[in-house]
Design a protein around this ligand. Structure first.
Ligand code: PMP
Length: 375
């Protein structure tokens, strides 16, 4: 519902923008605009008049990687609006793809706009509040980077340091968890600055024991080295698109499990970044609310109850008197005595553009029927 309202608001805003731009201009404004348009002092640059050239290169560094023709072709498709229904379908498909690649069933799974750094900041900003303790395993540049990100947002950062490529034992990690009691522990799975695939097994369990969220960076490893988010009890996992996934840079898949969501959505302070605030992002991706049958039943019941009350307050009688026996998706209204049901339905259609029917088979003429809108 919230998502629907959000989209509706955005649609209205779009519409308003178009309408404003179509307004006739008042006479004094027009000459001013003409002058403004003819007064550019910086000419169009030469390079903008040349076709873009990009040489072919074999990309054998730690990303970006060459992109297969199928993926490149997808990028050449036409643009559609970010609020179009087809866009939401594509986003849902992307989400399923990420869930597969991460081996997770987490509903809170999205592809952020931005590079791997965007996901790093998103993970830390949303799960940590200023003053909270964060533990970072530093054995290359990416741990250093996350420690700095956490420090900048005011976290109380503790680091465990090894030389580049060093491996932290589970015993060492547990000792540090017990000492610093962090809300978040960060580890790089694929440390690209050292070429190390750090073992992950068992660390998620230790983090649970110490009430810590386990955050893992797989920017350089996802798709190349096995990772099982759910089985390995990883609470937050992110990656980048331009490495082993062989896609262009610019999106960063990220997933939060239930524990991470609990922490993230029960904060006292707002995350320092608006753009990366998961409250907004999850709304846009349709991840807020509880998807599923039970939620759909509850939602229908709630909206039907609202409709029933409104109808009864108007003095109408509902055909099924026992509330518990009413079908939430179809509401039947008893035809008030002395009224012609056909005339009533025509009136409603003519004046309110609302289609209602007049019963079906044996109930024809006894009730008028209003189906529920689906949300
Ligand atoms: N983490 C790791 C392990 C990486 O290798 C990289 C990029 N080399 C990043 C994070 C940052 O990703 P990006 O360059 O896409 O911002």
């Amino acid at each position: 519902m919230q998502r629907t309202l959000f989209r509706r608001g955005a649609l209205l805003a779009q519409k308003a923008a178009v309408e404003v731009s179509l307004l006739p201009m008042s006479a004094p404004i027009q000459p001013r605009l003409d002058r403004a348009m003819s007064s550019v002092t910086i000419p169009p640059p030469e390079c903008m008049l040349r076709p873009l050239e990009v040489p072919f290169r074999y990309l054998f560094g730690p990303g970006p990687s060459n992109v297969p023709p199928r993926v490149l072709a997808a990028g050449g498709r036409g643009i559609i609006g970010h609020l179009h229904p087809e866009m939401y379908e594509i986003m849902n498909d992307i989400k399923k793809g990420i869930q597969y690649a991460f081996q997770t069933q987490n509903n809170m799974t999205i592809a952020m706009s931005g590079s791997g750094h965007a996901a790093m900041e998103c993970a830390v900003f949303n799960t940590v509040e200023p003053g909270e303790s964060v533990l970072v395993a530093v054995n290359g540049i990416w741990g250093e980077r996350v420690a700095e990100i956490a420090e900048r947002m005011g976290a109380n950062v503790h680091i465990m340091v090894k030389a580049p490529g060093g491996v932290f034992s589970n015993g060492e990690i547990e000792k540090a968890l017990a000492k610093h009691k962090p809300v978040l522990f960060f580890l790089t799975h694929g440390e690209s600055s050292a070429g190390l695939a750090h073992p992950v097994d068992g660390i998620g369990d230790l983090c649970r024991k110490h009430n810590t969220l386990f955050l893992v960076d797989t920017v350089a490893s996802l798709g190349a080295s096995p990772i099982f988010m759910d089985q390995q009890n990883i609470d937050i996992l992110y990656t980048g698109s331009q490495k082993a996934l062989n896609a262009p840079p610019g999106t960063a898949p990220i997933s939060f499990n239930e524990r991470a969501c609990q922490k993230m959505f029960n904060r006292k302070t707002k995350p320092v970044s608006y753009l990366f605030d998961m409250a907004h992002l999850s709304n846009y991706w349709g991840n807020d609310g509880q998807p599923g049958l039970e939620e759909s039943w509850r939602h229908h019941r709630e909206v039907a109850g609202y409709l029933w009350k409104g109808l009864e307050d108007m003095g109408l009688k509902l055909f099924i008197q026992n509330k518990d026996l009413r079908l939430p998706s179809v509401t039947t209204i008893a035809i008030p005595e002395g009224y012609n049901w056909r005339e009533m339905l025509q009136y409603i259609m003519k004046h309110h553009n609302m289609e209602m029917t007049g019963g079906l088979g044996p109930s024809t003429g006894m009730v008028s029927v209003r189906g529920m809108l689906k949300f």
